[in-house]
Design a protein around this ligand. Sequence first.
Ligand SMILES: NC(=O)c1ccc[n+]([C@@H]2O[C@H](COP(=O)([O-])OP(=O)(O)OC[C@H]3O[C@@H](n4cnc5c(N)ncnc54)[C@H](OP(=O)(O)O)[C@@H]3O)[C@@H](O)[C@H]2O)c1
Length: 325
Amino acid sequence: MLDLNDLPFYNPSQGEKIAIITGGHSGIGYYTTLHLYMHGFTVYICGRNSHKVHKSIKSIIDEATDRTNKLPNSMRRERLSYFGSIHYIHLDLTDLKSVERATVKIQRSVTHIDVLINNAGIMAVPYQLTKDGFETQLQTNYISHFLFTMRLLPLVKKKNGRIISLSSLGHLLEFHYWKLSKQWNIWPDIVFTWFRYAVSKTSLIQFTKMLSIKNPDVLCVSLHPGLVMNTNLFSYWTRLPLIGIFFWVLFQVIGFFFGVSNEQGSIASLKCALDENLSTEEDNGKYFTTGGAESKSSYIANNLDDAASTWIWTVHQLNDRGYSI
Ligand SMILES: NC(=O)c1ccc[n+]([C@@H]2O[C@H](COP(=O)([O-])OP(=O)(O)OC[C@H]3O[C@@H](n4cnc5c(N)ncnc54)[C@H](OP(=O)(O)O)[C@@H]3O)[C@@H](O)[C@H]2O)c1
């Protein structure tokens, strides 16, 4: 797996590098933020719970300091001088108004964006509609990130930044192109919730492909971070009364054989964010997997006609709710 020390370090005193990450305070996002911070970035964590995010910011800074203090003297001073900073922006992806407000706050706070990471997500939760009238997984994982990204795109374009979206291997469950208006509110929900997850994550890949075509100056990639079983993504299932213990054991077994750690799960995002060998000419629209290896998304996710349909549907839906794209 890629050694994160091989990725470039930036000295903040020689120019500010700015990263925006949704859900950068927990699970995979925690380590993505940690390493961006250690590599010299000013990181804005966008999350819905101020207390949780501030607690994580403190923990990330402490962890970065601890790790650096263990380095040999000669290296330590240099590495400490690379430390960036971390800030909090309120964002609730189930509420488009909150998404709009977060982007306005970011527009007022930064001059440009080097890296935008659409990391936050939920998986296989019960059927529910948001106050904007979208299925929760579709809005959290895809639609809100669409609006978030489109609003911040001018800032990303200022310095030919990068846009990275965390999709999932689970997108493969969409084996046929399903219109996004299809809600999959079908019994048994415990099965069809996975279809809804697959649609949201396929849409994110399609969005990335369309973005890369429309904006060839911005590196837009999507990825599957790996099977990372110790994050909160699985907590709905493991906290179910009685059968939760079964799912906990199941996920631990999967993790034991096929999983990677939370930190290893952040490597694909970090490679896409920092690797100078990636270029818009060669890599735009690509899909990566565990550890940053290049991979291939599903036939459905790769079909540009379907991607265009997804894009058009989303723009119409947002326009209907007063969010012009
Ligand atoms: N773990 C895996 O095996 C795996 C596999 C494939 C893809 N992924 C993807 O990787 C990404 C990170 O997942 P993870 O495993 O690190 O899980 P995680 O620890 O649960 O992280 C998900 C993050 O999303 C945030 N979030 C959820 N709903 C939100 C909302 N309405 N508004 C704002 N933020 C919200 C959570 O914030 P709160 O703390 O406030 O809940 C949390 O920070 C997700 O997109 C996931 O789909 C993970």
